[in-house]
Design a protein around this ligand. Sequence first.
Ligand SMILES: Nc1ncnc2c1ncn2[C@@H]1O[C@H](COP(=O)(O)OP(=O)(O)OP(=O)(O)O)[C@@H](O)[C@H]1O
Ligand SMILES: [Mg+2]
Length: 517
Amino acid sequence: MLIKTFASAVQGVDAQTIAVEVNAGGLVAPNKKMYHLVGLPDNAVREGFERIEAALKNNRFKIPRIKIVVNLAPADIRKAGSSYDLPIALGILGATRQLDLPDIEEFMIMGELSLDGSLRPITGALPMAIQARKERFKGLILPIQNAREAAIVNDLDVYGVENMQQAIDVLTGEGDQKPVDLNTRDEFARAREKFPQDFADVKGQEKIKRALEMAAAGGHNVILIGPPGAGKTMLARRMPTILPPLSLHEALETTKIHSVAGKLPSNASLIAVRPFRSPHHTISDVALVGGGSQPSPGEISLAHHGVLFLDELPEFKRTVLEVLRQPMEERKVTISRARLSVDYPASFMLVASMNPCPCGFYNHPDKECVCSPGVVQRYLNKISGPLLDRIDLHVEVTPVSYEMLSSRERPAESSIDIAERVVQARQIQQKRFEGSESLFCNAQMTGRMVREVCALDADGAALLKKAMERLQLSARAYDRILKVARTAADLGGSDRIKIEHLAEAIQYRSLDREDWV
Ligand SMILES: Nc1ncnc2c1ncn2[C@@H]1O[C@H](COP(=O)(O)OP(=O)(O)OP(=O)(O)O)[C@@H](O)[C@H]1O
Ligand SMILES: [Mg+2]
């Protein structure tokens, strides 16, 4: 008998429906294979038969000695991973007439079987659910750990099951399996919980906080430069708390990437707060930007719509930093393989930190730096010019005094208050870039755009000229200063860039000053 059911293959961050056809019939000659799997399966899919056989036997079923052909269609898509076990097993039960499963064609089914028939979680449940709804499937059956993540999709019955028997119960209508009940909007509102950190925890450092507010308001990449213990990591960790809240659309995009990468916690549904990713400096190119023989998103995509924090930037391998450049420009990364090419979105804000020199105390107000000038220069040279070129704000962080740390004086401003100003500034930018598909904030402006919206008056132009000469700023600082000045004006609610905005922007170019080392 021929049975057809459906499964799903994930490519990039989208899923494609795979028909699983199982035909059982015809005797098998002794010593001949009775199980045939076709349709471009990889090894993990092939090995599935051993798991399926054991799971069926351990659940009072059997595999009769007849020829079983499983076809995964369309045949030109590579089927990878172990989550085809469940649809194939159920297909075999139907095809060998051990069970009557008349509705099986109306479901999309995914899950990896253990030998005892219980199910293990899968990756990519969210894109699968999106695809299932698009194709008007009645329901989706998948491991219980992935059910809430898939149930974010409306108008689709998502059944989370613990084992093969429960999946059978869904299909036969026996037992008491019910679809997951989850209201996407409620879930989104609930999951937007408070961050564990807050800028109110940081004592003093008002200037640095202002710089980070600027970064958040204009979407500028930022680097924090300062000695050990100055609070760089602490400050950077609080960055997502002042970014505008995620929209539901953005939340879905980010969740999809985490779903495909298998990085969603078990039973999680939506990622509703901006991600903060801080990979260690020993990370490989592939882990950072994505790829691998079976492509998977890297840290830059996991940071989509959030913050990528590269702590101790000069410690990263130069090649690793080089591969960042293109995705930073395009806000996505394209991974090409012989058979397929996939895109992973990667629109993130870069926050980096570094010590000013190997000993950490170069330019320190009280402590002596023990590095020779050549060493300091070499340390800075580890960061390539083109990468530095994409960082608008250079912020020098000096440690706060003991008195300040231990003081119980007026509490610092909390993240919510800062975020409010950021949101207002972003609204101004939204208006400014209305009608543009690829521009959302000041940091993304092209050179031409900068000249259009960052006009200076005569005083401003004179100040900038003087600053460029006196501080010996390099040419690349010019556009950056104008963009940042635009953000300062937006934060101040001013149409025009005033002298004070420009003056503030000029401060944030430490690493461009030719007297830095
Ligand atoms: N302004 C501050 N307010 C409150 N605590 C602070 C402040 N600055 C530093 N600290 C404390 O000092 C600790 C060390 O800070 P942090 O790890 O952020 O420093 P760092 O600049 O990243 O240093 P390193 O270069 O060694 O990584 C923090 O965990 C925090 O407890
Ligand atoms: Mg640190």
